[in-house]
Ligand binder design. Structure first.
Ligand SMILES: Nc1ncnc2c1ncn2[C@@H]1O[C@H](COP(=O)(O)OP(=O)(O)OP(=O)(O)O)[C@@H](O)[C@H]1O
Ligand SMILES: [Mg+2]
Length: 384
């Protein structure tokens, strides 16, 4: 019990800068007093002896009438003089010791603040890898720990920003180079000015504009610059809306798009438009990455207080090593394949993941491998 109390007290001392400062001052005072006492102890006898010696000398030299009464006064003055002398030494010694200890203690207390100031300067100059040492657990140590946390976050944001600029530049360059190539071909007369050529240019421009739209949407969901309109709605509504929207695309590719839902599914508690956006992305992918004549099936099942909605296809499939990366922006399993198959830019699943996670749900992909179809599933909470 007492050991516990002791350790709690030690903890309080280590965690409070105020207590530390108070103790530092106390140490300085105590050291001053101790030095004062020791110096007095050492110097008083010598000073006293010297003054008494001087007094007896002067008294021996001419002790006459009337001098006896002043002897008491001289004794007192000599005592006072010897006291002042030794006190003078003692004060000098204790002031010196107190100064030395204060200097040492304040350096110890100020050093981490100075480190923090230097580190802040480094960060302000753009060196985001700067970190400070965290010693102890007091307010300054907590500040240092928070500072390191902030520096890590700044470093991440900075690296994401660089990566994003790099990725966007790369993505924009491809259709732009293509448009430029067609135009140069037309100007030089290498390419015929047929509707087919203009159609190709139009296609590339369309890809560019779709990419810009996707980037805008991605930036909105990544910065959470939207609000969720959470209501309860039926899964069957969601699936019907999605199928209705994508049926023309599926029919054009002779893909059999259908759904199979259990009758007793509870309603969902989510933003219907956003969830529709997720399901549309998944079904559009399934149609895009499934060859003609394939099947795309939307299913749903209840798992505890969640509903899992899945989109399964009989398409090109995904090799296992890519499954974890699909939700990273601009990630494509086969860049040339997705370009030829309609120019995907690898943003759709990233947006879907952000939207699902904003609802507190999860999204994942499964596939038995190349050519063996894929299944994308996301989970959402049911309405209470
Ligand atoms: N159903 C699927 N079958 C096979 N591969 C898929 C499927 N869905 C997604 N993928 C792979 O995951 C990648 C990322 O998909 P995502 O939807 O994020 O981008 P995208 O379809 O290429 O472009 P967009 O941003 O226009 O949707 C795709 O490029 C594709 O390689
Ligand atoms: Mg897609």
């Amino acid at each position: 019990m007492s050991r516990f109390k002791e350790s709690t007290n030690m903890k309080t001392i280590r965690e409070r800068l105020g207590t530390k400062l108070f103790l530092a001052n106390l140490v300085v005072i105590l050291i001053g007093v101790v030095i004062l006492a020791i110096t007095i102890q050492i110097t008083v006898p010598a000073a006293f002896n010297r003054h008494m010696g001087m007094m007896s000398q002067s008294m021996g030299n001419g002790m006459g009438q009337g001098q006896g009464q002043s002897a008491g006064r001289t004794l007192f003055e000599n005592f006072r003089a010897s006291m002042f002398e030794s006190l003078g030494y003692a004060v000098m010694a204790s002031v010196f010791a107190a100064l030395l200890v204060s200097w040492f203690l304040s350096r110890r207390i100020v050093a981490p603040i100075r480190n923090l100031t230097n580190a802040t300067q480094h960060i302000a100059e753009g060196h985001y890898d700067q970190r400070v040492e965290v010693n102890g657990a007091d307010e300054i140590a907590q500040l240092a720990a928070r500072f390191n946390q902030m520096a890590t976050q700044l470093e991440q944001v900075e690296s994401m920003r660089r990566q994003l600029i790099g990725d966007v530049t790369h993505e924009l360059r491809t259709p732009l180079t293509s448009i430029k190539g067609y135009m140069e071909g037309l100007v030089d007369g290498v390419l015929p000015s047929t509707p087919e050529t203009f159609n190709q240019i139009h296609l590339e421009a369309g890809r560019l504009s779709r990419l810009v739209d996707d980037l805008q949407e991605l930036s909105r969901v990544e910065s959470k610059a939207y609000s969720l309109d959470i209501r309860s709605f039926a899964v069957s509504n969601l699936v019907q809306t999605t199928i209705k929207r994508l049926l023309p695309q599926a029919t054009a590719k002779r893909i059999n798009l259908h759904s199979s839902l259990p009758a007793d599914l509870p309603p969902l508690q989510a933003d219907e438009d956003r969830v529709t956006q997720v399901l549309v992305n998944l079904v559009a992918n399934a149609i895009q990455y499934t060859p003609e004549g394939g099947d795309v099936t939307v299913t749903a099942a209840r798992h505890a207080n969640e509903v899992h909605i899945s989109v399964a296809d009989t398409g090109v499939g995904i090799p296992a090593e890519h499954l974890a990366n699909l939700f990273t922006r601009f990630y494509r399993v086969d860049k040339s394949r997705s370009r030829n198959a309609g120019g995907g830019s690898g943003i759709g699943l990233t947006i879907a993941k952000h939207l699902v996670e904003a609802h507190g749900g999860r999204i994942w992909a499964e596939s038995k491998g190349d050519g063996l179809g894929s299944t994308f599933t996301f989970s959402l909470k049911i309405a209470r």
